[in-house]
Design a protein around this ligand. Structure first.
Ligand code: ADP
Ligand code: AMP
Length: 215
């Protein structure tokens, strides 16, 4: 099964993707994570993307679609993909159709996380992750059970994203509204969109998504 998690920054896409990976053995394909890895490694893609990401704007469609194609090719046959943060423009949605079709794959569901924009700045400015395994946390909504220790891997180092500041978040929201939200009708016309209340607590959101996947 291949699904898209769609929603503005901070909607909970990464949180829910991590849970689906654990529950169903799917693969999370986050273009944001791929780009951050490229920035860290100092690759040509990373060098191009850094300033754009720091500003909260969108990296070019060609770059992100190439990253997605490469990741899909590296996946074992039969493993389901969770597209997290991709596609973000109509051009990317068209590329994804081609990328999937040329590999004999299809999209099963687009899960729209419906959230109240006012809550997102608080979610994003409180976000942090384990530096070793990448598990996501939040200052207020999901602290490690033992302070300073990752629940998943026992690591003690945590990090915050440089673009998770209020000013950049506003630009990222504007980009979402202008370029990403308009792609929903493409999938609505295909009858594959399920809307989930992203303001519910994390477990309730997971339960709603699982219900969609289990049909
Ligand atoms: P996205 O991947 O859509 O940008 P994240 O999954 O990283 O969003 O979530 C942003 C922050 O909000 C994280 O710190 C996460 O722990 C927290 N969060 C995610 N889902 C919920 C929820 N349903 N209720 C409260 N906080 C949440
Ligand atoms: P995210 O981790 O999804 O919040 O993405 C972080 C940043 O990476 C975004 O603000 C963009 O600059 C860039 N980015 C991630 N995914 C995409 C995409 N599909 N298209 C364009 N830019 C992206």
């Amino acid at each position: 099964m291949n699904i898209i998690l769609l929603g503005p920054p901070g909607a909970g896409k990464g949180t829910q993707a991590q849970r689906l990976v654990e529950r169903f053995g799917m693969k999370q394909l986050s273009t944001g994570d791929m780009l951050r890895a490229a920035v860290k490694a100092g690759t040509p893609v990373g060098l191009k993307a850094k300033a754009v990401m720091d500003a909260g704007e969108l990296v070019s469609d060609e770059i992100v679609s190439a990253l997605i194609g490469d990741e899909l090719d590296a996946m074992p046959e039969g493993q389901g993909a969770i597209f997290d943060g991709y596609p973000r423009t109509a051009a990317q949605a068209a590329s994804l159709d081609e990328i999937l079709a040329s590999r004999g794959k299809a999209l099963d569901h687009v899960i729209e996380l419906d959230v109240d924009e006012d809550a997102l700045v608080e979610r994003i400015t409180g976000r942090f992750t384990c530096a070793s395994c990448g598990k996501g946390y939040h200052d207020k909504f999901e602290r490690p059970s033992v302070e300073g220790t990752c629940d998943k891997c026992g690591g003690h180092e945590f990090k915050r994203r440089p673009d998770d500041n209020e000013e950049t978040v506003r630009t990222r929201m504007a980009e979402y509204r202008a370029k990403t939200a308009p792609i929903l009708p493409i999938y609505e016309a295909r009858g594959i969109v399920a809307r989930v209340d992203g303001m519910a607590d994390m477990d309730a959101v997971t339960a709603s998504i699982e219900k969609v996947l289990q049909g």
